[in-house]
Design a protein around this ligand. Structure first.
Ligand SMILES: NC(=O)C1=CN([C@@H]2O[C@H](COP(=O)(O)OP(=O)(O)OC[C@H]3O[C@@H](n4cnc5c(N)ncnc54)[C@H](OP(=O)(O)O)[C@@H]3O)[C@@H](O)[C@H]2O)C=CC1
Ligand SMILES: O=C(O)[C@@H]1CCC=N1
Length: 270
């Protein structure tokens, strides 16, 4: 089974690394291309033993799966590039934010099996949260292979296409929100006398401990929060400030803004 990546950036590399470490397919079956960054292609060939080419005909010859891992702004150009070479039994998998199956189908000018995936950058440590969507041409076998590919970089779930915008705003962009909080926590720690390295270690363990509690305690986040919050205590004093500043509402608006951007991409001309 030959798999071709169009786009060889951070998302493509994370997926390739996951696939190879989980033996989804041999490295010689993986081909990549990018726009013009030859240095990156050489690096990927050397690191993973995969092949690269700028010849679209060679890239897509006998390919079972084409993974589109370019930015949404490059969707049009890439779909134009591949349309001449795709066979009707190929599966196209797009990780591009926003770009809809309908938009891709229109550009390709044919009805073919199309899947969309929304992973996140934690893919590079095998901990992506990925949502998948399939159109009704995708076969059971193709679904299963696509699910295996994304399971190799973390957990997967299947959603309806209209839900992929909120998934993008929530878990696609999600790691950035967490890093934003960590940046603020680090700043507060340093300004109040902790060494950066000590602060960092404490913050990371606090995050992974909280994530593990959410995962394994079976308790709702509100309950877990209450358990930390002694009446009249330190946490209560801190949370009071978050409420006063409307941080909860700001997060809701943040996720809505990211979701709306994804919706907008899906309704724009590509
Ligand atoms: N980063 C993230 O957190 C997430 C990203 N995504 C989606 O994944 C996609 C890729 O993102 P990411 O990997 O971060 O992006 P990168 O910028 O790291 O990589 C983009 C790649 O696309 C290539 N490219 C651009 N134009 C063309 C073209 N015309 N033909 C061939 N290759 C081309 C670039 O090549 P070159 O280097 O030569 O310019 C580069 O290899 C995006 O659509 C994004 O929405 C989805 C979930 C999370
Ligand atoms: O910011 C972006 O557009 C991409 C999609 C999800 C995460 N990063």
């Amino acid at each position: 089974m030959k798999i071709a990546f169009v786009g060889a950036g951070s998302m493509a590399e994370a997926i390739i690394a996951g696939m190879l470490s989980n033996n989804i397919c041999p490295s010689e079956n993986i081909y990549v291309t990018n726009r013009h960054n030859e240095e990156k292609m050489t690096k990927l060939r050397q690191k993973y033993g995969i092949s690269s080419t700028y010849d679209m005909k060679e890239l897509l010859k006998d390919t079972s799966i084409i993974i589109l891992a370019v930015k949404p702004k490059d969707a049009n150009e890439v779909l134009e590039k591949i349309r001449t070479y795709i066979r009707n039994d190929v599966l196209i998998v797009s990780v591009m934010a926003g770009i809809s199956i309908e938009q891709m189908k229109d550009k390709l000018g044919m009805d073919c099996a199309i899947a969309r995936a929304m992973p996140n950058t934690s893919a590079s440590v095998g901990l992506s949260a990925t949502a998948l969507v399939f159109n009704n041409i995708v076969t059971e076998e193709q679904r299963s292979v696509a699910t295996d590919i994304f399971s190799s970089i973390g957990m997967t779930t299947i959603v309806e296409e209209h839900q992929l915008d909120i998934v993008t705003g929530l878990s696609g962009s999600g790691p950035a929100y967490i890093y934003y909080i960590v940046e603020a926590m680090e700043q507060a720690a340093i300004e109040n006398g902790l060494d950066k390295s000590v602060a960092k270690a404490l913050i990371i363990q606090t995050l992974s401990g909280a994530a593990e509690m959410l995962k394994s305690s079976g308790k709702e986040p509100a309950k877990l929060r209450e358990n930390v919050t002694s009446p009249g205590g330190t946490t209560e004093a801190g949370l009071h400030v978050l409420d006063e500043l409307g941080v909860g509402q700001a997060f809701i608006k943040c996720i809505e803004a990211a979701t709306n951007k994804s919706r907008h991409l899906g309704h724009s001309k590509i």
